[in-house]
Design a protein around this ligand. Structure first.
Ligand code: 5AD
Length: 365
C-alpha cells in the first residue's frame, strides 16, 4: 500500500527514467485488475445552465455572453439511441447545477432511457438533495459522478462560493450516494492555483478512503472568462498560488495523479479525460490509457450545443461528429494494443447493483 510519503515523492519526481517505473507499475495493475478493455461512456451535456459561481468554470452563473441551452427529453433519447448503436455501454448525463432539471423530470428521463436501451446510466448533475438522489436511483440510475475537486477545504471554499444559506459538503453527498447503492465517482482537477502537491497527495489518499468506483482526473485549464482564469492585474492576486509546492497544471502531473489513483484504487474505472486530451492533443488520451486509465468518454452532445458547453476553452473533439470520433477512437485504441469494451463496464458485481439501496458495499475487484 502506497504511503503518503511515497505518493508525494512520485508527485515531486522529475526524472523521466524514474517515472517510467511509475507508468509501468500503474499499467501492470490496470491490466491485472481491470483488463485490456477500454469502456466507452457516451457523454451528453444536457444543460449548461448553472446556479453556482465556481471560480474556474466557463459555465458558471453570472457569466454574460454565453448562450445557455437545455436539451429536451426527445433529443436526449436520440443521443441514448446513438450510444447504443455505437456500442457504448453507458450513457452519462451531465449538466451544470440546474434547478430547472427537477427531480421528477430527471427521474422520468432515466426511466425512458432505461426502457429504450440496455445502457447503464450515469448522472453528473452536481450537488443535489438526498431525496432527489434516492428518486433517481429508484428510477434506475446506476452511477453518479461528483468530483470533490480538492481535499483542501479552504481552497475548495475559495473557488466554490457557497450558495446562500448552504455549505457544500461533497464528501457527505458521496457517502449518501454509496448508501443509496450507486456506483460512486469523484475526482480532482490538477494544478488549481493554490493547490499544493502535498494536498494532491491527500486527494489520492481520499480516493482510497472513499473506496471510489470511478475516479476522474484532469489538468486545470484556465478559462479567460472566469475569475480564476483571468490574467492577474496589478496588486495582490485574488487567488495566490501555493508557492514552491504549487501543483503544476500540466499533462505530466495529471498523468502522475492518474497513475497513483490506479495504484491506490486498483479496481476503479478511471477515464483518460477530455481535459488530458485537450492539453496534449497529439497523444494525451493515449498517455492516460497507458498510465492507469481504462475508460474514455466520447462526447455525444449534439454539435449545435457543444461550443456552448465550454467549461474550459477549446475542448478536444469539440467539432467532430460522433461517428467519426468513435471510429477514430477505436483505431487509436487498437494502435496501443487495447480494445473497446463490450457490456456496461460496471465496477462492481451486478448482483450488488441489483440489490440497490442498503446493499453492503462490495470490495472485490
Ligand atoms: N479546467 C479543467 N477542468 C474543469 N472542470 C470545470 N472547469 C474546468 C477547468 N477550467 C472540471 C471540473 C468538473 C468537471 C465536470 O469539469 O472538475 O467537476
Amino acid at each position: 500500500m502506497l504511503t503518503r510519503g511515497e505518493i508525494l515523492a512520485w508527485l515531486r519526481e522529475r526524472d523521466e527514467a524514474r517515472l517510467q517505473e511509475l507508468w509501468r507499475r500503474a499499467d501492470a495493475v490496470r491490466r491485472e485488475r481491470v483488463g485490456d478493455e477500454v469502456h466507452l461512456r457516451g457523454l451528453v451535456e444536457i444543460s449548461n445552465h448553472c446556479a453556482r459561481a465556481c471560480a474556474y468554470c466557463g459555465i458558471r452563473a453570472g457569466r454574460s455572453g454565453l448562450p445557455r441551452y437545455r436539451m429536451g427529453p426527445e433529443e436526449i433519447l436520440g443521443c441514448a439511441a446513438a450510444a447504443a448503436r455505437l456500442g457504448f455501454g453507458t450513457l452519462v448525463l451531465q449538466s451544470g447545477e440546474d434547478p430547472a432539471l427537477t427531480a421528477a423530470w430527471v427521474a422520468d428521463l432515466v426511466r425512458a432511457v432505461k426502457a429504450a436501451t440496455p445502457l447503464a446510466v450515469t448522472l453528473s448533475l452536481g450537488e443535489r438533495d438526498e431525496t432527489d438522489l434516492a428518486l433517481w436511483r429508484a428510477a434506475g440510475a446506476d452511477r453518479y459522478l461528483l468530483r470533490f475537486e480538492t481535499s483542501d477545504r479552504s481552497l475548495f471554499d475559495r473557488i466554490h462560493p457557497a450558495p446562500p444559506g448552504r455549505r457544500s459538503d461533497r464528501l457527505a453527498q458521496l457517502r449518501t450516494l454509496a448508501a443509496l447503492g450507486y456506483e460512486v465517482g469523484s475526482g480532482v482537477m490538477v494544478g488549481i492555483p493554490g493547490q499544493s502537491l502535498a494536498s494532491l497527495a491527500d486527494d489520492i489518499l481520499l480516493f482510497r478512503d472513499l473506496d471510489l468506483d470511478m475516479i476522474g482526473v484532469g489538468p486545470y485549464l484556465a478559462h479567460p472568462e472566469t475569475p480564476l482564469g483571468r490574467p492577474a492585474g496589478g496588486g495582490a492576486p485574488a487567488f495566490p498560488d501555493a508557492g514552491g509546492d504549487q501543483a503544476p497544471s500540466d499533462e505530466l502531473t495529471a498523468c502522475k495523479v492518474v497513475a497513483l489513483a490506479r495504484l491506490a484504487c486498483p479496481r476503479a474505472n478511471i477515464p483518460s479525460t477530455t481535459a488530458l486530451a485537450t492539453i496534449n492533443r497529439a497523444d494525451g488520451r493515449e498517455h492516460g490509457l497507458l498510465r492507469g486509465a481504462n475508460v474514455v468518454m466520447p462526447n455525444l452532445t449534439p454539435p449545435a450545443y457543444r461550443a456552448r458547453d465550454e467549461i474550459y476553452p477549446d475542448k478536444a473533439c469539440r467539432d467532430e461528429d460522433v461517428e467519426t470520433c468513435a471510429e477514430r477512437l477505436r483505431c487509436r485504441l487498437a494502435a496501443i494494443g487495447r480494445r473497446a469494451g463490450s457490456g456496461r463496464g460496471d465496477a462492481r458485481a451486478p448482483e450488488r447493483l441489483r440489490a440497490g439501496p442498503g446493499a453492503e458495499r462490495c470490495r472485490c475487484p
